[in-house]
Design a protein. Structure first.
Length: 329
């Protein structure tokens, strides 16, 4: 058997009757090439199994045309991670860029994965989440001048691209809604306090609690990132010990479902003895328990925006950084 030669840009050019530079630009999603032409070129490329030669691209352009999405290995399917990946990948369709996932582990230095990408030129830009106020990863990338975008804001947010959800407003709206339901003693299961969005959420909830004249307590022994069994057991113990609580706020859908299991284990009913308010990235919680008050965070839009922002940092570093704050209503 003889091996067929690997398809090249020239192969596509011969099949479409277009010039090689036109084919190259069409595959990269150049907007000055008509959409029908781009679609025709992409269709032919897919049919013949064309795959760009990454080594050749790097030699010609100095770029990998890869974006690296750096994510915790402890991500759960019910949080925003899947939507974030989906949004990022969607934004890269019909462009020359590809997506890789770079995991990091809770028991290792979070700088390790970032240094690997930067020092080995494994990608042209990185996208980060779970941002700390003075995140060493952000400081490192700023100092290196390496293109990046963050899901969340650091203390240096004026210097970098980001998409963030307004967790201050989430905390405020959560307390406001529960107060409207007549709740007076509210517990908040917040994200880990070292993360910027947790501090924003707590600050907003505390400020609104003062305004509404209700008691707010931030749970100390659990966070919304803890394992389900730990959250369930802690919430069950809270109600079994008759600690005055008639409202619960959860910083994630995962923690909300676990917390609901805990309060039901203690014999309570949502909407009766206690009301629950939670954030979610996938519309699900009100199917799980219709009485839950849920507020949507658009992680799909976040992924799409962050991909575009990272590409702009690569291709147009002279432009102002792209930034967007999603304000819940």
């Amino acid at each position: 058997m003889t091996r067929s030669p690997r398809p090249t840009l020239k192969t596509i050019a011969q099949l479409t009757g277009l010039a090689v530079p036109t084919v190259s630009r069409a595959l990269s999603g150049a907007t000055d090439i008509g959409q029908k032409t781009r679609e025709r070129v992409r269709k032919v490329a897919d049919e013949i199994g064309y795959v760009p030669n990454r080594a050749g691209l790097r030699l010609r352009t100095g770029r990998t045309f890869v974006l690296s999405l750096v994510l915790s290995s402890e991500a759960d399917v019910m949080n925003l991670t899947a939507r974030l990946i989906n949004g990022t990948a969607t934004a890269l369709r019909d462009t020359r860029y590809h997506l890789t996932i770079t995991p990091f582990f809770s028991d290792e230095d979070p700088m390790r994965s970032i240094r690997h990408v930067v020092e080995t030129n494994a990608a042209d830009a990185v996208i980060l989440n779970q941002i700390l106020p003075e995140d060493p990863r952000v400081r490192y990338l700023l100092d290196k001048g390496f293109p990046f975008a963050t899901h969340g804001r650091s203390n240096w947010a004026d210097q970098h691209a980001y998409f963030d959800f307004d967790n201050f407003t989430f905390g405020r709206l959560a307390v406001q809604r529960l107060a409207q339901q007549g709740r007076k003693s509210i517990r908040l299961v917040a994200p880990p306090r070292d993360q910027n969005y947790a501090q924003e959420m707590i600050h907003g909830a505390e400020q609104e609690a003062d305004t509404q004249g209700v008691d707010l307590h931030v749970m100390q022994r659990i966070t919304s990132d803890d394992p389900a069994t730990k959250i369930e057991d802690e919430i069950a113990a809270l109600f079994q010990e008759n600690v005055p609580t008639d409202g619960m706020i959860f910083g994630s859908a995962n923690s909300c479902m676990s917390g609901v299991a805990g309060l039901e284990k203690a014999g309570l009913t949502i909407g009766n003895q206690v009301d629950v308010f939670s954030k979610e990235a996938i519309p699900f919680l009100q199917r799980f328990r219709p009485a839950i008050h849920a507020l949507h965070e658009d992680a799909l839009a976040a992924g799409e925006f962050l991909a575009r922002a990272a590409i702009e940092r690569i291709e147009h570093p002279e432009k102002p950084v792209m930034q967007f704050l999603e304000v819940p209503k």
